[in-house]
Design a protein around this ligand. Structure first.
Ligand SMILES: Nc1ncnc2c1ncn2[C@@H]1O[C@H](COP(=O)(O)OP(=O)(O)OP(=O)(O)O)[C@@H](O)[C@H]1O
Ligand SMILES: [Mg+2]
Length: 294
C-alpha cells in the first residue's frame, strides 16, 4: 500500500470524528427491510456497521422487516399471500407464519450475524417485555363515488397503540444490541402483524432517538421523473402520495418519517440498503446518500 493510500485512510477516520463526538450516547433506530436483506456480503456489512456504531458509543436499536421471506414461507406451506392496498391480509394461519418467520427465523438470523461479526445482540419481539402494544387496524378505503368509505377487515394487522420502553432502555447501559421483530401484542394477548417501518418510527419517538434510518431496496424516494429526492419536505411528500408517485411500501416509510419528525426525532433518512456500508456512509461522511425527510 502506498503512503498516499494510507494517509487517505487516516483522513477518512478524521472525517468521522466530529460525527462520533456529536452522536456519542445517542440512540439510532435502524429499520432493516426484508427487501434489503439480499446477499451475504451485504448482510455482513450491515452487521459490521451496527457493531461499529455501538463501539463508538451510539445505541443502535435494530427493527427488521421480512415481507419477501414471509411470502416465500407461505408459498412453501401451500398458503396464498394476499394483499389489499399493499397490506397483507392476515388470517389466523397467516399471523402464525408471520410470527414464526419474523420472531423465529429472521430475528435470530440477524442476532447471529451480529454475534458472528464480533458484536453482541439479543433478539426480541413486541411481546417480550410487553414492548409493542397493538390494536387492530381498521383499514379504510376511500371510494371514488360519494358513497361512504369502506372499512376493510385485514385480519390480524395491527397499529401501534404504545411502546413500552422499559426493556429497550436496559440495553443502553450494556454493550448488547437489541434486535426487534415487528410483532405486536393486544390487550388479550393476541398477536398482531405490524408494518416494521411504523414500529421503527414509534420506537424512535418513544426512545427520543437522534435518528431514524430506514434501509430499503431503492436509492431513496423518487420523484415523477424517477430522480432521487435528497431532501423531502412535508408538503412535497404529501403531494407525491396524493399524486400516486409514492406508492406501496414507500408510503408507510414516508409517513413514518413525518410522524417521527413531529414526535421529536431530529433526523429521518431513507437509504439504499443494497449499498455496502450504507449506514456508515450516511452517518459518518460529509455528503450523505439517500433521502433525508425534513
Ligand atoms: N416514489 C417512490 N420512490 C421510491 N420507491 C418507491 C416509490 N413508490 C413506491 N416505491 C416502492 O417502495 C418499495 C420499498 O418498500 P417495501 O415495503 O417493498 O420494502 P421494505 O420496507 O424495505 O421491506 P419490508 O417491507 O420487507 O421490510 C421500493 O422497492 C419501491 O418499489
Ligand atoms: Mg415495507
Amino acid at each position: 500500500m502506498s503512503l498516499d493510500t494510507q494517509v487517505n485512510k487516516a483522513r477518512i477516520l478524521i472525517e468521522a470524528l466530529p460525527y462520533m463526538r456529536r452522536f456519542d450516547g445517542r440512540t439510532f433506530v435502524i429499520k432493516y427491510g426484508g427487501h434489503a436483506m439480499v446477499d451475504d456480503k451485504l448482510k455482513k456489512a450491515f452487521a459490521q456497521d451496527v457493531i461499529l456504531l455501538r463501539q463508538v458509543g451510539i445505541n443502535p436499536v435494530v427493527i427488521h422487516g421480512g415481507g419477501p421471506q414471509i411470502g416465500q414461507t407461505m408459498i412453501q406451506m401451500g398458503l396464498k399471500p394476499q394483499f389489499i392496498d399493499g397490506q397483507r391480509v392476515t388470517d389466523q394461519e397467516t399471523v402464525n407464519v408471520v410470527e414464526m418467520v419474523l420472531a423465529g427465523k429472521i430475528n435470530k438470523d440477524i442476532v447471529n450475524l451480529i454475534n458472528l461479526n464480533g458484536g453482541r445482540a439479543a433478539g426480541l419481539s413486541g411481546k417480550d417485555g410487553h414492548t409493542i402494544l397493538a390494536r387492530k387496524r381498521n383499514h379504510r378505503r376511500k371510494s371514488e363515488t360519494d358513497t361512504p368509505e369502506e372499512i376493510i377487515d385485514l385480519g390480524w394487522v395491527g397499529d401501534v397503540e404504545a411502546i413500552n420502553t422499559d426493556l429497550l432502555e436496559l440495553f443502553k447501559s450494556s454493550d448488547i444490541i437489541p434486535v426487534v421483530a415487528p410483532v405486536g401484542v393486544g390487550k388479550k394477548g393476541e398477536t398482531y402483524n405490524i408494518n416494521a417501518d411504523a414500529v421503527a418510527g414509534h420506537v424512535a419517538t418513544a426512545l427520543r432517538a437522534e435518528k431514524l434510518i430506514l434501509l430499503t431496496d431503492v436509492p431513496g424516494v423518487r420523484d415523477q421523473a424517477g430522480q432521487l429526492i435528497s431532501r423531502l419536505e412535508t408538503k412535497e411528500a404529501l403531494q407525491l402520495i396524493k399524486d400516486g408517485v409514492i406508492v406501496g411500501g414507500m408510503i408507510p416509510k414516508v409517513e413514518t418519517c413525518l410522524t417521527a419528525r413531529k414526535g421529536g426525532v431530529a433526523a429521518t433518512h431513507i437509504l439504499d440498503g443494497r449499498i455496502e456500508h450504507a449506514l456508515l456512509l450516511e452517518i459518518f461522511t460529509d455528503q450523505g446518500i439517500g433521502t433525508l425527510v425534513v
